[in-house]
Design a protein around this ligand. Structure first.
Ligand SMILES: Nc1ncnc2c1ncn2[C@@H]1O[C@H](COP(=O)(O)OP(=O)(O)O)[C@@H](O)[C@H]1O
Ligand SMILES: N[C@@H](CC(=O)OP(=O)(O)O)C(=O)O
Length: 454
């Protein structure tokens, strides 16, 4: 039995939904279909989720949002019209959206969550109607009815473990199940969404819940590429990846698959196959526990920007028991999570995502570190990009760091910091945001030979 997830790009128009139908109908193992809200039809288009967020904000501010509502409904209607569906389903979607928008706003965060999630919810109803219209027995199942319980963290929900046993019951349902991605319910019965692009997470949770043989994640590219295709033209396709490699790559910018979506599939040992809705015959990329290492040391190069580093220097830091703990405690008090901690004998650098810290918080943290820890120097550096070289093969191969730093030096790029994960499957280079793309291109040329860069 397979769980199949279709992203917003695969459901953006009637023509795309038609492809989705054929993919599902062509394999009886494809039992559970997780859907996102309609996504972009062309590069400047706006995702339905973004339209909904904007619409909810207009309502909260008491502003007129009739044009936005019309555009959102229009997105569903154009799919229904292209596929000759009756207007009944569009009337239901319209009623649902309007009653949400005109409903309770006492808790603005909950209101936004419910409106945001309606993109997936209404699309699941629409897709189920399309499949039935085409003669395939299909049932829309709501996350509430199925028992997909999540923590109460709006925009960052985490699945509650008791969900899995309930979701197993879905196996008993006849026909195809269409299940909306991106959200679950807290124990109070309110909608809570995962982080953005979180329908990938729903698919993985369901795959774990029903103990699927395979989780297929359909998107708009033939495979996971060795580097972001928006940075390097026609990059090499990756055939196989381990869960750990994919997690490192998606955490650091491979937006094709959500990094949090790996954990449920990994825990149940379910392989994930990233495939293309526009070319379903292509094998795609298979993500699993172990793979044969037939390529070089590096399997992929990912990058992400908007990090900053907090440098703390103190003579004899290495002798001071509890120094690291005390710094992390200060960050914890300000609600900051950290990404990496490269250190020396007399200094330690803590890398955090920049959006967690405004100017005021930054000043307070620096002051606390100086006052409480009697540090000699505290410096915050902004606008850093992290570039991650990833590959299980690095463990056996000598000289990867040297090759990478030579390639960066040849491109005249200053390395701000280097960190190698203790698993030895990744190596991180910090550079200035402004040279991120150039650095990725230089590394790609070094490890993946002759390529034309964008
Ligand atoms: N390394 C990569 N390999 C493939 N695609 C990538 C990579 N890094 C970024 N992407 C981008 O991810 C996009 C697919 O993800 P997304 O837009 O979230 O799809 P969906 O709408 O199916 O959820 C691709 O079109 C591509 O631009
Ligand atoms: N629609 C949601 C969830 C999602 O997963 O979408 P997509 O599959 O289009 O990335 C978002 O835009 O965040």
């Amino acid at each position: 039995m397979k769980v199949v997830k279709f992203g917003g790009s695969s459901l953006a128009s009637g023509a795309q939904v038609e492809k989705v139908f054929h993919i599902v109908a062509s394999d009886p193992e494809r039992k559970i279909v997780v859907v996102s809200a309609p996504g972009k039809r062309y590069s400047d288009d706006i995702k339905v989720t973004d339209l909904l967020i904007s619409c909810a904000e207009h309502y909260l501010n008491g502003e007129d949002a009739s044009e936005l509502v019309e555009t959102i409904i229009g997105r569903y209607k154009s799919i229904a019209d292209e596929l000759n569906l009756s207007n009944n389903i569009i009337e239901k979607i319209t009623d649902d959206l309007l009653s949400l928008l005109n409903g309770d706003k006492d808790n603005p965060a909950s209101f936004i969550e419910a409106v945001k999630a309606s993109g997936e919810d209404n699309n699941a109803k629409l897709i189920a109607a399309v499949f039935n219209h085409k003669g395939l027995e299909t049932h829309y199942v709501s996350p509430k009815e199925a028992g997909l319980l999540v923590s109460n963290e709006p925009g960052n929900a985490q699945v509650l473990p008791e969900s899995y046993e309930r979701l197993y019951e879905l196996k008993k349902q006849s026909g195809i199940i269409v299940f909306p991605g991106f959200f679950g319910y807290n124990t109070e019965g309110d909608v809570v969404t995962f982080s953005r692009s979180g329908s990938d997470i729903t698919g993985s949770i369901l795959a774990n819940g029903i103990k699927a043989d395979l989780y297929e994640n359909f998107t708009d590219v033939d495979a996971v590429y060795a580097v972001n295709p928006n940075i390097v033209k026609n990059p090499k396709e990756i055939r196989e990846l381990t869960y750990r490699e994919m997690r490192e790559l998606s955490y650091c910018g491979f937006s094709v698959f959500h990094d949090e979506a790996l954990i449920p599939a990994f825990r149940a040992g379910i392989p994930v196959n990233v495939k293309n809705t526009n070319n379903p015959e292509a094998p795609g990329t298979l993500i699993m526990s172990a793979r044969e290492n037939i390529n070089g040391p590096v399997v992929g190069i990912a990058s992400d920007d908007k990090f900053c580093s907090i440098y703390v220097g103190k003579y004899m830091m290495n002798k001071e028991i509890g120094f690291g703990r005390k710094i992390l405690l200060i960050l914890e008090e300000f609600g900051l999570s950290f990404e990496h901690i490269p250190s020396g004998i007399d200094d330690i650098t803590i890398i955090v995502r920049q959006n967690q810290m405004d100017e005021e918080i930054e000043k307070s943290i620096v002051k606390r570190i100086i006052d409480d820890l009697d540090a000699d120097e505290v410096r915050v550096e902004h606008d850093l990009a992290l570039i991650m070289l990833v590959g299980e093969g690095m463990r056996q191969k000598v000289g990867t760091a040297a090759r990478a730093s030579n390639a960066l030096a040849a491109a005249n790029i200053n390395i701000e910091m280097i960190n190698q994960g203790s698993s030895e499957t990744s190596m991180m280079f910090g550079v200035k945001d402004a040279v991120e793309k150039k650095a990725v291109q230089a590394l790609y040329e070094e490890f993946f030979a002759e390529v034309k860069v964008r």
